[in-house]
Design a protein around this ligand. Structure first.
Ligand SMILES: *Cc1c(COP(=O)(O)O)cnc(C)c1O
Length: 354
């Protein structure tokens, strides 16, 4: 039996979207391809409220996390850590030979904007790495506050990991002033895994030009050379582009505001349920829009719960890394509906005898 995915990636993909992956292949240096590419790019610009260049990468989101550190860090980056994925970005920077300093908060807490302000005021950093939605802890960081302080630091390239929030949270990229924002296909875009998306500002491009050893596969300057022809430097995942083009039509028809509202309803319903039976893992006021992390206050076996859920065709996520069994996570992103969430929580109540 297929298990409907309530995990924070990969998320459930609707049948009609899946079907688009089997569209007959076309050559990646043809006119048809350029039309497909330009259609995807213009829809993404609309979705993200941006005039910035769009990067379409055949990789998972981590590839573009690596792109950020290789293209933009020249001197030193400030890496803000509040869970497994943000900490990994710092490690990606270091393993590429880049220097970082970190702001570290306990898992479940948000990154205080005033700490970023204080650190950037030292003038030591040319890049800020900021994770909008920390999927390991269910924390959503207050990105619009950061916009305000970044106005004071025009020399800093601001990179945002929006892997699990883009296409759920309504990003107005140009208004936010984010220089590089990246996401994967398998989270709130509700597409299969294997593809990633970013937008890059003029300021970030100017920086990249001055950074050495950007590599090849994730060199933003190489991507830009091909963008003028509506192509990618290397053979892309063409099936994903067909599916993305189709899915973007559906998303734009729903409207980003409606999409965000649908997720908000699911998030609130889930949180209320959690407050009744368990406890929220994320600090109050910073709970994620796209997933809820739950503290396992009842000491249930999350692994056993998932085995039982499999029998009714559903799957949730255990806690991430060190939080395994101490917490668990329910995603409410992508194309899931409030009815899906109600059914899931109802099943969990029955299984646990709540
Ligand atoms: C899933 C996730 C990643 C990793 O993305 P991949 O597509 O698996 O490489 C990075 N950051 C966050 C916040 C995520 O949720």
């Amino acid at each position: 039996m297929h298990k409907k995915l309530f995990i924070p990636g990969p998320t459930e993909v609707l049948e009609d979207v899946l079907e688009k992956l089997t569209t007959p292949q076309i050559g990646h240096r043809t006119k048809e391809f350029s039309e497909l590419f330009s259609s995807v790019v213009s829809k993404l610009k609309k979705l993200l409220f941006t005039e910035n260049n769009v990067i379409l990468s055949t990789s998972s989101g981590s590839g573009l996390m690596e792109a950020a550190v290789r293209n933009f860090i020249k001197r030193k980056a400030l890496s803000t850590h509040c869970g497994a994925f943000s900490e990994r970005w710092g490690k990606i920077a270091q393993s590429n030979g880049k220097e970082i300093d970190t702001i570290q908060v306990d898992w479940g807490k948000h990154i205080p904007t005033e700490e970023i302000d204080k650190a950037l005021a030292t003038g030591k950093y040319d890049t800020l790495l900021y994770t909008h939605n920390e999927t390991s802890t269910g924390v959503m960081n207050p990105i619009s506050e950061v916009t305000e302080i970044m106005k004071k630091y025009p020399e800093v390239v601001w990179c945002v990991d929006a892997v699990s929030s883009m296409c759920g949270y309504m990003f107005k990229v140009d208004e936010l002033g984010v220089d590089f924002i990246l996401a994967s296909s398998q989270k709130s875009f509700a597409l299969p895994s294997g593809f990633a998306i970013a937008t890059v500002s003029e300021k970030a491009i100017e920086r990249a030009k001055t950074v050495e050893n950007r590599g090849f596969y994730f060199d933003i300057m190489v991507f830009l050379k091909y963008i003028d022809r509506n192509q990618t430097p290397t053979t892309p995942a063409i099936p994903h582009l067909f599916a993305l083009n189709y899915q973007l039509d559906k998303i734009l028809a729903e409207g980003m505001e409606n999409r965000q509202n649908r997720l908000q309803q699911m998030a609130e319903y889930t949180r209320n349920w959690v407050r009744k039976y368990f406890a929220l893992f994320a600090e109050s006021g910073y709970e994620s829009l796209t997933l809820t992390a739950i503290t396992n206050t009842r000491g249930i076996s999350v692994a056993d719960l998932n085995k039982e859920l499999a029998n009714v065709g559903k799957m949730i996520s255990n806690g991430y890394g060190k939080l395994k069994e101490k917490s668990f996570r329910i995603a409410h992103m992508g194309d899931l509906t409030l009815d899906d969430i109600k059914e899931l929580l109802n099943d969990i109540e029955k299984i646990l005898g709540l």
